[in-house]
Design a protein around this ligand. Structure first.
Ligand SMILES: NC(=O)c1ccc[n+]([C@@H]2O[C@H](COP(=O)([O-])OP(=O)(O)OC[C@H]3O[C@@H](n4cnc5c(N)ncnc54)[C@H](O)[C@@H]3O)[C@@H](O)[C@H]2O)c1
Ligand SMILES: O=c1ccn([C@@H]2O[C@H](COP(=O)(O)OP(=O)(O)O[C@H]3O[C@H](CO)[C@H](O)[C@H](O)[C@H]3O)[C@@H](O)[C@H]2O)c(=O)[nH]1
Length: 331
């Protein structure tokens, strides 16, 4: 029988790519999204769409009584510096909202949850040192804390109520659907490759490089960038794994190698053949110098997960193509 998945935040960047991957794989999908940062054009016609807030427990109760096979929980606030300035917003809209969702899921006897966690739960590593899932957790930002707290609630709910779960700690997500169906559409996105793509396509005249005095090879921060379509397929494989085997699993999602801010900008320049005006600037609050995943666990747990787009050039090419597409969609 076709499995039916409830996807919170399915109109957002990662959620919409995952919705496409689920539909492509034969799942039925209902999206719950308040469109606070998500966009309507990211919602495929084959998915059912409910516009609403995950914090609306009456709505959740009604939806969950429909009997989903799993919930994939993407909805939340994601801007690290904003979380430093306004921490309580992040504890409310990430942690407390997730508590409400878990409470309703347990009450409804929902079978499984997949949760969007983040590399920001870890204490920063040394350059070149990859973080495995057991590495020290010491978030630098309230954003990371809010996600780590949700992980703890899921784990404890699993122990007490047998809630199967896949907790995925994303490293830096970039790029867009190679078929051009969806991409990063949030107008105020703060992610590095999104900003670089906006400069590359003339939507911004310049960008800033936040911090050039980090202890890294070129002084700029190092991140492990993963293409959003490979991350979407990781969700589909994790879902199948959790539905088949039960239990809880926490896995890093990254390629296991790091790139500097300057290398990402250079990849975008290579795609267009033009120069990106990137100006050196002060460090940004809450940034770790280096975040690279050890991805041994996900590769061992999900033998069916085969990354297809693991190069900075492919991430830059698809991100820039999407930025051009947005000019048409938003005109
Ligand atoms: N983008 C990254 O690099 C990254 C890295 C690590 C983890 N994550 C996590 O992945 C998830 C998705 O991130 P994204 O980049 O797709 O962000 P996004 O802002 O594009 O998507 C979030 C979606 O959730 C919706 N939403 C937010 N609060 C809601 C609420 N209370 N009720 C209903 N809908 C709500 C928004 O409208 C949006 O569609 C987030 O939980 C984020 O913390 C993202
Ligand atoms: O205009 C910009 C934007 C970013 N950066 C730099 O580029 C790097 C990556 O920054 P992003 O904002 O793209 O991503 P973050 O590493 O801050 O955070 C992202 O990845 C984290 C996990 O590593 C969290 O999950 C978070 O949700 C997600 O936004 C950082 O060094 C940042 O300072 C710039 O120099 N200029």
């Amino acid at each position: 029988m076709t499995k039916h998945i409830l996807v919170t935040g399915g109109a957002g960047y990662i959620g919409s790519h995952t919705v496409h991957a689920l539909l492509d794989d034969g799942f039925d999908v209902t999206i719950l999204d308040d469109l606070s940062t998500g966009v309507e054009h990211a919602i495929p016609a084959q998915a059912e769409f409910v516009r609403g807030d995950v914090a609306d427990t009456a709505l959740l109760r009604k939806l969950l009584s429909g009997g989903f096979d799993a919930v994939i929980h993407f909805a939340g606030r994601i801007v690290v510096p904003e979380s430093v300035e306004n921490p309580l917003k992040y504890y409310r809209e990430n942690t407390a909202t997730s508590l409400g969702l878990l409470t309703e899921m347990v009450a409804a006897g929902s079978p499984a949850i997949l949760f969007s966690s983040t590399a920001a739960v870890y204490a920063p590593g040394e350059e070149g040192a990859a973080l495995d899932e057991e590495a020290v957790k010491a978030p630098l930002s309230p954003y990371g804390q809010s996600k780590l707290m949700t992980e703890m609630m899921i784990r404890d709910a699993g122990l007490a109520h047998g809630l199967p779960a896949g907790i995925l700690r994303y490293f830096n997500v970039a790029g867009a659907d190679p078929e051009g169906r969806v991409g990063q559409s949030t107008p105020n996105a703060t992610h590095l490759l999104k900003i670089a793509s906006q400069v590359a396509t003339g939507k911004r005249d310049h960008m800033e490089v936040f911090g050039t005095d980090y202890p890294t090879k070129d002084g700029t921060c190092i991140r492990d960038y993963i293409h959003v379509s490979d991350l979407a397929s990781a969700h589909v494989e994790t879902l199948k794994h959790v539905l088949e085997h039960g239990g809880q699993t926490t896995m890093n999602c990254g390629y296991g190698r790091g790139s500097t801010v300057r290398e990402v900008i250079a990849a975008a320049e290579e795609v267009t053949g033009g120069k990106i005006d990137a100006r050196d600037a002060d460090r940004r609050a809450g940034d770790a110098a280096v975040l690279i995943s050890d991805n041994t666990r996900i590769k061992e747990t999900l033998p069916g997960w085969q990354p297809q787009h693991d190069s900075l050039q492919e991430m830059a090419r698809t991100a820039i193509a999407w930025e051009e597409r947005l000019k048409v969609l938003n005109s």
